[in-house]
Design a binder for this molecule. Structure first.
Ligand SMILES: [Fe+2]
Length: 261
């Protein structure tokens, strides 16, 4: 009987030692760590221009406006839309292509990738790339976020998330408009998903995009004077308030989906 138990103990100890040796040599598969929410969110920053697609820089191209110039008259007049898209956005596209023409390797990268790693962009074109890649990305997102059928109360999952985070849609709008009005000079106001997977309101200067600060942009409004000055003159708060009449909530919901694995 004693011999039996001795053999059992020797067998168990041998198995334990053998298993430890195999693990130490990576010969036994152990469960891979699941990517954290934070790392998943960070990965998704490489593709923010469209809900599931990054923005090409080979060459950069002006996307067509998805509606007529006068279709957003509930908030923005036709002349402003035409200038904003055909002149301002077009110049960001042209300037970005001009900056990259001597660097074919950079043209192979997406606009998001350039903005996420500006230190890898040669210093002689870095500021030009920052301003114009940012301008191209921001406006590409912006046109999609508006619709002639837009406005009203938010729908879908984003409505619930806004209520949970800010208390109500009205409270959220108030904070968003206040942040946009307070952005000194030219820039943007955004609803973003932060690395902790929470909704947050942020602003960016000039044509910087929230990905440069580690945030995923869900919704954004352009507060450069070129976005509103013809109709609203210096009344930026009035523009911010009316802009909600054209917000494309189905598109906001597509952008607010959790990042793909
Ligand atoms: Fe703009």
């Amino acid at each position: 009987m004693i011999k039996f138990w001795r053999e059992i103990i020797i067998f168990v100890l041998t198995t334990i030692v053998l298993t430890m040796v195999l693990i130490s040599h990576n010969l036994v598969p152990i469960a891979e760590a699941q990517p954290s929410r934070t790392s998943t969110t960070n990965r998704s920053l490489l593709s923010v221009a469209y809900p599931n697609r990054a923005l090409s820089a080979s060459p950069a191209q002006l996307p067509p406006l998805p509606y007529a110039y006068g279709a957003l008259a509930k908030a923005i007049d036709a002349e402003t839309m035409k200038l904003h898209h055909d002149a301002h956005h077009a110049s960001y596209v042209n300037n970005l292509n001009d900056a990259l023409k001597q660097y074919p390797n950079l043209q192979k990268r997406s606009v998001e990738s350039l903005l996420l790693d500006l230190n890898s962009v040669p210093e002689d074109i870095r500021t030009k790339v920052r301003n114009n890649a940012g301008g191209h990305l921001n406006h590409t997102i912006f046109w999609q976020l508006m619709s002639p059928q837009g406005g009203g109360q938010p729908s879908g999952a984003i409505a619930q998330q806004i209520n949970q985070t800010f208390g109500s849609f009205d409270a959220f709008k108030k904070q968003f408009n206040a942040a946009g009005a307070a952005r000194f000079g030219s820039g943007w106001v955004w609803l973003v998903r932060n690395p902790q997977n929470q909704l947050q309101i942020v602003t960016t200067a000039n044509q910087d995009n929230p990905i440069m600060d580690g945030f995923y942009p869900i919704l954004g409004n352009d507060v450069w004077e070129h976005a509103y000055y013809l109709k609203y003159r210096n009344r930026r708060p009035e523009y911010l308030n009316n802009w909600w009449n054209v917000v494309n909530w189905p598109q906001v919901n597509r952008r607010a989906q959790p990042p793909s694995q």
